[in-house]
Design a protein around this ligand. Structure first.
Ligand SMILES: [Zn+2]
Length: 80
């Protein structure tokens, strides 16, 4: 088990000022996890009105809650 000295931004519940700042905070969090040997993998995100940013759009049955890669959660990485 790896203990983080400082909780990643997402766990501190800081409201981002913009989508760019939100994406930057996700990257920061992912790098913190990876540097602590905690594997991460990219997921799709919900957009306004609860739609998914994946190619299925309105047809997605799990908006923002599924991997962006084909291997998904079975192929996480700690590479920075
Ligand atoms: Zn989707």
């Amino acid at each position: 088990m790896v203990l983080l000295e400082t909780p990643p931004v997402g766990l501190r519940m800081i409201e981002p000022a913009s989508s760019e700042e939100f994406i930057a905070s996700l990257l920061t969090d992912a790098l913190v996890y990876a540097s602590n040997d905690l594997p991460v993998f990219p997921c799709h995100s919900p957009k306004k009105k609860g739609l998914c940013d994946c190619p299925k759009g309105e047809g997605c049955d799990s908006p923002g809650k599924h991997p962006r890669t084909i291997a998904g959660y079975t192929d996480p990485s700690t590479e920075e």
